[in-house]
Ligand binder design. Structure first.
Ligand code: SF4
Length: 524
């Protein structure tokens, strides 16, 4: 085999990784003999295996762990079916049981859940910690999975080149441990890494030796990987047509199999001052030609026997939404969801109804604030009156709304936070799910270009000894800071019954991946 793509843990195991499928599709079309392994799902199932749990728990587990182990098959079945959707208690207990069991594996503050992974002694922001893992001087709870299951599988495939796809922080520590193991067991194999996280670290990593990797790929991986695999036809063209033949779709923890795809890469707006996509885009913006999108959804559904699709765009472009809305017959029987901006076109009720009729079940919308002044300062391009009417339109058409709020942005005051609370309270009947967060300031945020204008007195990397940190601490010019925003969120937002009710019904950990399958609560 020329090239093997691997998705290292740890991520939510709810759908197969799009990045791997996009690269695999491209490589195979270039004539490269390639395959892919979702080591994230594999590792999760390995760690939840009953016999392995028995040996980790020992002969006298606590009552809670004993019960969780007994319930594990039922919990897995509940998250892979629809018995728990719309039944919050059953759903939460399935998630809790599996998290308890995954939590048995860690040592020294190391903790794995279905949506998170952290290590008490090692930081993904410290190159020295990544190197300790790569050299085998430290380990993670994934070590036995890597050693006993993944490495023998890699050996059997005998690839000439292995590429790790590292997109999220939770992958960094296990990925470097895995890379070290691969380096030592297969010293002559070409070992490379790429993905969103590696690209975000380009400024720091490009001047360092790439060990344990032979090469790091920054930005889109199609052309560099095809070239590495010796494809004579390697081109810079981006691929949007994924190949999921490597994925065992029924094993993912999803009420029904879901396939991810994207109508675009990058973001067509790129103007939100707090957003890394605006300051340092991982991908230059590119989109699927409008006419081809409905056919892509239909062919994925037919080729893999699925009915549910996830558009993973940062913001689905309007052209793509128009293409989907005008392909109702072609998309009949399919369901899809994704992120959109509060675009004025969504004020058109018949357009929104067409979207619903084309299978749109849920839309994620980044509102961030209920204060017009904050939105204007952040460059969101959102008018609050328009946003309110769009939420109403989507609700009327039967499309569930998943709204994202971010408190603690630079320049925000308590009065702005009160406006956010009032907006959410007033429009709660049209908001189905809610994500409430406190802002992290990206290290390259455009807000730092003119800090004083944006209410920032000073900013520093989150820790001086963490050069890979993605965020900066900042000192706001006023008295309102992250701690005040956190208190307001806990007391005022969650203290408002209508808002608390929305947060309570929002699926924990799997969030939008499972909310997609929940019956829209405001319409029960
Ligand atoms: S917040 Fe969303 S819409 Fe704004 S620039 Fe970032 S990705 Fe684009």
């Amino acid at each position: 085999m020329n090239l093997l793509l691997i998705q290292p843990p740890a991520l939510k195991p709810s759908e197969p990784p799009l990045g791997l499928a996009i690269l695999l599709g491209h490589l195979r079309r270039q004539g490269v003999v390639a395959d892919a392994i979702d080591a994230n799902l594999d590792a999760c199932l390995y760690l939840l295996d009953d016999q392995r749990l028995a040996s980790v728990l020992g002969p006298t587990p606590t009552t809670a762990l004993h019960r969780a182990r007994r319930h594990a098959p039922r919990a897995l079945a509940a998250l892979r079916g629809t018995t728990a959707t719309g039944t919050p208690d059953r759903y939460e207990s399935a998630v809790r049981d599996l998290n308890r069991l995954l939590g048995c594996w860690g040592e020294e503050g190391e903790l794995l859940t279905l949506g998170d992974y952290r290590h008490g002694n090692l930081s993904p922001f410290k190159p020295d910690d990544l190197q300790r893992l790569a050299h085998g001087e430290a380990t993670t709870l994934f070590a036995s999975y890597f050693r006993d299951q993944l490495l023998p599988r890699v050996a059997a495939l005998a690839p000439r080149c292995i590429a790790l796809s590292i997109n999220y922080l939770h992958q960094a520590l296990p990925a470097f441990e895995l890379a070290g193991l691969l380096r030592r067991q297969f010293p002559h194999v070409q070992l490379v890494a790429g993905g969103g996280l590696i690209t975000s670290w380009q400024g720091v990593l490009q001047d360092r030796p790439p060990f344990p990797f032979d090469q790091l790929i920054f930005g889109p991986g199609e052309a560099p990987l095809a070239a590495l695999a010796g494809s004579p036809g390697a081109s810079d063209e981006l691929n949007f047509d994924p190949d999921f033949s490597f994925a065992h779709l029924n094993d993912y923890l999803s009420p029904a199999p879901v396939l991810p795809l994207s109508a675009s890469r990058g973001c067509y707006w790129q103007r939100c001052l707090f957003c890394p996509e605006a300051a340092t885009p991982v991908h230059p913006y590119a989109a699927v030609p409008r006419a081809g999108l409905p056919g892509l959804l239909r062919s994925l559904a037919e080729n893999y026997g699925v009915k549910h699709l996830h558009l993973t765009d940062n913001a689905i472009p309007m052209n793509a939404l128009r293409a989907l809305s005008s392909a109702k017959e072609q998309l009949s029987g399919l369901h899809w969801y994704g992120f959109v901006r509060f675009e004025a076109a969504l004020l058109d009720r018949s357009f929104v109804q067409d979207l619903a009729d084309s299978g749109c079940s849920l839309l994620q919308l980044g509102l961030e604030s209920g204060s017009q002044a904050v939105l204007d300062r952040l460059g969101k391009g959102i008018d609050l009156n328009t946003a309110a009417r769009i939420l109403e339109n989507l609700h009327a058409a039967g499309i569930a709304t998943y709204v994202y709020i971010m408190l603690g942005t630079p320049g925000e005051t308590e009065a702005d936070a009160v406006l956010t609370r009032d907006f959410l309270q007033q429009h709660a009947p049209h908001i189905d799910y809610l994500n409430l967060a406190i802002m992290n300031l990206p290290r390259a945020s455009e807000l730092l270009d003119a800090p004083a204008r944006h209410g920032i007195v000073g900013a520093e990397l989150c820790a001086a000894d963490s050069p890979l940190s993605l965020y900066r601490r900042f000192q706001p010019s006023g008295a309102w800071n992250r701690a005040s925003a956190r208190r307001f969120l806990d007391r005022e937002l969650l203290g408002t019954p209508a808002i608390r009710a929305i947060v309570k019904r929002t699926p924990p950990l799997f969030t939008s991946s499972h909310a997609f399958f929940f019956p829209p609560p405001t319409r029960i």
